[in-house]
Every structure is written in structure tokens, then in C-alpha cells.
Design a protein around this ligand. Sequence first.
Ligand code: C2O
Ligand code: CU
Length: 546
Amino acid sequence: AATRHQEWEISYQFKSPDCVRKLAVTINGETPGPTIRATQGDTVVVRVKNSLLTENVAIHWHGIRQRGTPWADGTEGVTQCPILPGDTFTYAFVVDRPGTYMYHAHYGMQRSAGLNGLIVVAAAPGGPDAEPFRYDGEHDVLLNDWWHKSTYEQAAGLASAPLVWVGEPQSLLINGRGRFVNCSAAGACDAAHPECATPVFAVVPGRTYRFRIASVTSLSALNFEIEGHEMTVVEADGHYVKPFVVKNLNIYSGETYSVLIKADQDPNRNYWLASNVVSREPGTPAGTAVLSYYGGRSSPRRSPPTAPPAGPAWNDTAYRFRQSVATVAHPAHVEPPPPRADRTILLLNTQNKIDAHIKWALNGVSFTLPHTPYLVAMKRPGLLDTFDQRPPPETYAHRGYDVYAVPPNPNATTSDGLYRLRFGSVVDVVLQNANMLAPNKSETHPWHLHGHDFWVLGYGIGRFDPAVHPASYNLRDPILKNTVAVHPYGWTALRFRADNPGVWAFHCHIESHFFMGMGIAFEEGVDRVAPLPPQIMGCGKTRGGH
Ligand code: C2O
Ligand code: CU
């Protein structure tokens, strides 16, 4: 196995990803950052220099489990102190599974400022994880949403009373490029800027391509399509899927997919790649790119003769629900889940009010990050007073809770307490969605677990009944994932083995939701964690003599 070295300098730069100039957080001057390419079993070493003038940073390797290196997970407040301006921090970890992953900032709402990119891990040749499918070429597609307001202003608005909501994005980006439609109205808009030139994906007629698709959106659930070309879904979050064919692919923030397409259409015209917002009423035009055939009569720069596809109806939940249920393990790559769980945590997702602030809460508790990272606080003597020692609730109190009604009592508390899991135990988590503070509103939440893949055992719409629904779980061929959607008014059940020593965040991948408290943390086997590298310390009570 090889070691892949990266030297990164993080800095603010003026960028025009959608033709409108904005300060963005960049890696070596670029957003998105470089794609990390490695082979299963390789060690990735990334030396990060924080050259932001006044902001901290931390970088999370999303989908990489960090077995044996929990301090390299890059989650500020959970696994490390942030990297201070001027400081350098080295992440080193093994990529032990093939597949499509991503990285992004995990400090405040910095991910949406542009600090994100792809990780592509090839299967070890001839190994047991070799792909059960064939293709001739490969393209990478990184989907994002983009605002003109600074991330700092967005975060300050979310923390204000009354709340200043971030609103719908101005643009949708594909590989860091988009086009703000009201360019003529915007001041600093340069539609001729090369940074916002439409991306082109070139294909050879008759060949089959693997498109790796990842979403790092801050808010938007997306629907992705390649005009005129059906897609066969073959990978999700680094696991092989029992192939199924779609015209449109729903993809939530934090998810990755691979699809195969055959270049078998008329080569003499171009085709749109398009991303459209679903699950929230859209206020953003489609993100677009162009598919062009080599040897065809159309210049790759020419717009397709059609209008960009508008995607399915944004509120067609049943359609998206069906894709979730269709995503199961490839028959030759089934890893059966343990037949039963040792513990079940039922998490009711609600929107709440604390004083005049709008928050998200789980079982009435809105999450706050501790100032001293859990991993350090739990490994070093005398630091346990740095976070709330009371365990958060295993379920919600109100048994007859009506998930279709506005919360009868919008109050919640805040806490930085965490769930301690018995090492090696099997844990079920059922995420229960509900109505928001406004009537007739419930949106999709993509939940992401650090440090593990989980089996997706089942989905439902309505209130989860622990006496009934577990009987319908898929224990035969459930897919393993690290991010999963909880549909409007619905529930999602997942199972994992708490066998990775460390402290791991589990949260909604919508940047503003996590910022407003939509997350929890798990601890397991922290006594088995090797001595911590001192570089993760230096904040809170880890400063100085500790
Ligand atoms: Cu990609 Cu904790 O997130
Ligand atoms: Cu959410």
C-alpha cells in the first residue's frame, strides 16, 4: 500500500463560481479542493496549513471510518481542537474501503464557504472488494448549492432572535461551477469569467461510463439527471448496490452514488446534466453541465438544443421514498446485519423554540458542541466536568406524539451530553421526523454517522411503532451507508456495531440544521484509544498544563 501526501494551504480568495464574485474558503487557491485519489489500503496524509486570517478550521474525511485514528476525523469539538490561524495540522488515516467519499470543513458553517472536495478510492486489484460491474471511463460530479451572503453572516443570522434564515441558494454548482441567472442585475457579475464556464463531460460513442456523484450541499436535497441517458445505480456511500435503473437520481447532502451510463444517443448534439432542488419549494434555477460526444458534429461548448430538465415535482415524496427503499446491497456483496440490537435509541426530530431562538432538537434536547473536544476530555484525567454528564434521552416522552401536528410544546433544552455505547454492542437508531413549527411542513433530513457504516433496515411514513415496525425490517440484504434520508413525516431505522473506539458525531448534514442543534455524539471504547497526538489539543481545558 502507498502513502499519498497532500500539502494544503487554506485561505480566503475572491472566487466567481457562479460568475458572481465572492470570498470563498479555498484549498491551494481552489474551490472545490483537489480530488484525493488513492487505492484501498493506502494511507492518506494531508498537511493542512491554516492561512485564514482570523478563522479556525478543521477538515472531516466524510465516509472514511478512521479505524485506529479517531483523532483524525476532523470534527471540531468532538475529535480535535480547531486549527488556529497560522497553525499547521497533519491528518493521517488509512482508506480501508474502495468507493466514493468526500471531505469538507467541520468548523462552524465553513463547509458552505467552499472548503470541500472528493475522495475517490479504487478497489485493491483482484481483491474481494473489486467492483461487480464494468465500465470504460469515469467522470466525477460534485454537487453543491451556493449563496452570495457570507457564511459568517448566515451563521450570525441563524443564531439571532428573531432568526434570519439563510433562504434558498442563489445557484447550484456542478464541480464548483454554476451560473447566477440575474447576472445583469448583480454588481460584480462577469458572465465571461472562465471560473463559471459550464463544465463539459466528454464521452466516446458506444462506451460505458461510471459517473461518481457526491453532494456536499449545505441545504438542498437534489435530483440529478443526464438528459436522454438512463442511469444504473451501482454504488452508494462506498457500498455496491443491487443495480437499478433510474432516469433521475435523488441525492441528499452527504451521500455519494456511482451510476453507469451508456453513451448510446445521437452523438451530433449535446445533452444537459442537471441538478434541481427537491423536498423544499425551489427558489433556485437548475445547476447545469454539458454531456458531449467525441466525434459528433456539435462543439462541446454549444448548449444543448433543449431547455435544461426541470426534474420531478419537488414535493413528490413517494417518488423519493421509492428510491430509498430500492437501494439494497448487491447480491454478491451482502454483509448481513446482526439479527438483533442490544439497544434502541428512538430520536424524535423537532423544530423548537428556546427563548426566542429557533433550534432543532432530538427528544427535546438541542445539541451544542463542547469547547473541550470530547475525545480529549474522555481520555485525560480531570476533564469530565467540561461537558454535561447526564445521558441524553433514549426516546421521547410523549407516547402519543402526533408527528403530523405542530409541536404542542415547542420548548427544548440545550445540552452537550453524549451517548455512551457499550463497546462491541449492536445499536439501533430510529430517526423519527415530524411537523415543523409552521403547519403542514416537514422536510427531509440527511443523517450522517461518523466512524461507521450502518445498515439501513427500513423506512416508513408516519409514527414509528416499536411494537410493529421492526417486524418489517430488511435483515436480508440491507445496504450499508454513512448518510441516510429521513423523509418528511417519516422514520428511518438503522443498525450499527459500536466497534470503533472513539467519539463520533451523528447529525443532520444540512449545515444550518446542525448549527441549530440537530445532532448527537456517541462514545464507544474510548479506553481502547491509543495515546492522543498532542496536536489535537490546545483549546478549552486542554490548554497549557493538562
Ligand atoms: Cu460530512 Cu459531520 O459531516
Ligand atoms: Cu436537517
